[in-house]
Design a protein around this ligand. Structure first.
Ligand SMILES: O=C(CO)[C@H](O)[C@H](O)COP(=O)(O)O
Length: 235
């Protein structure tokens, strides 16, 4: 097997630390992205070894669903459960108040539904995701219903953003979300008030959800390389 680079070593360490926090007889929100993918793999390993019993997952995306099946994690839906005990999900930026930008995988709408319902929302990131202010390194994803693309782009520009339609890679044209919608990525020079911006954008007609997660995360697990070793710290 190919050796992992530093970024993947951090993601793997933090994914394992998150999987170790899952308990038997729980309902687990299964996030999206390359870091959460490690957590799903380790949850699957623990189920196979018999360390964990009676764990069911609620996927936040088609990707999470596929990985859960691959790693043997049974799945359920929000229609048949009365709670989510823990959700494990990645993020694109994390600020010191545990507010997030998510949506790098265009899955933020389902992620927000599942992560916000969880009793404990555990975020798994490598140290490169930590920022002082949201919007410093990552564009803000906004999921929009296709017919509203142009008016929403104009409205986002009026709010001071620089919007661009997210285009596909190895697919001609824009990316299409699991809900059949489009994603606009918006550059804001500085997001002074994430809570206010989250609400303002979600109030634009045609917007389904944006990638600001304010006051949703409970615990952040950060993967780092210290003295050449992958380590995990919590805040
Ligand atoms: O929000 C997400 C998907 O919509 C991901 O959780 C986020 O993009 C982080 O992904 P990765 O762990 O691959 O860096």
């Amino acid at each position: 097997m190919a050796e992992l680079d530093a970024a993947n070593l951090m993601k793997q360490a933090v994914g394992k630390a998150a999987a170790d926090r899952v308990k038997s007889n729980t309902i687990v929100g299964l996030g999206t992205g390359s870091t959460t993918a490690y957590a799903l793999e380790f949850i699957g390993d623990r189920l196979k070894k018999g360390e964990l019993e009676n764990v069911v997952g609620i996927p936040t995306s088609f990707q999470a669903e596929v990985l859960a099946r691959k790693y043997g994690i049974p799945l359920t839906t929000l229609d048949v459960v009365d709670r989510i005990d823990i959700a494990i999900d990645g993020a694109d930026e994390v600020d010191p108040q545990k507010n997030l930008i998510k949506g790098g995988g265009a899955a933020h709408t389902r992620e927000k539904i599942v992560d916000a319902l969880a009793e404990t929302f555990l975020v798994v990131v490598d140290s490169g995701k930590l920022v002082d202010k949201l919007g410093s390194t990552f564009l803000l994803p906004v999921e929009v219903i296709p017919m509203a693309l142009t008016p929403v782009m104009r409205a986002l520009a009026k709010l001071g953003g620089k919007p661009e339609l997210r285009m596909g890679i190895k697919k001609a044209g824009p990316i299409v979300t699991d809900q059949g919608n489009l994603v606009i990525d918006v550059k804001f020079d500085a997001i002074a008030d994430p809570a206010e911006l989250e609400k303002t954008i979600n109030n634009l007609p045609g917007v389904l959800e944006n990638g600001l997660f304010v006051g949703v995360a409970d615990v952040i697990l950060v993967g780092e390389i210290i003295d050449g070793q992958p380590t995990v710290r919590e805040f």
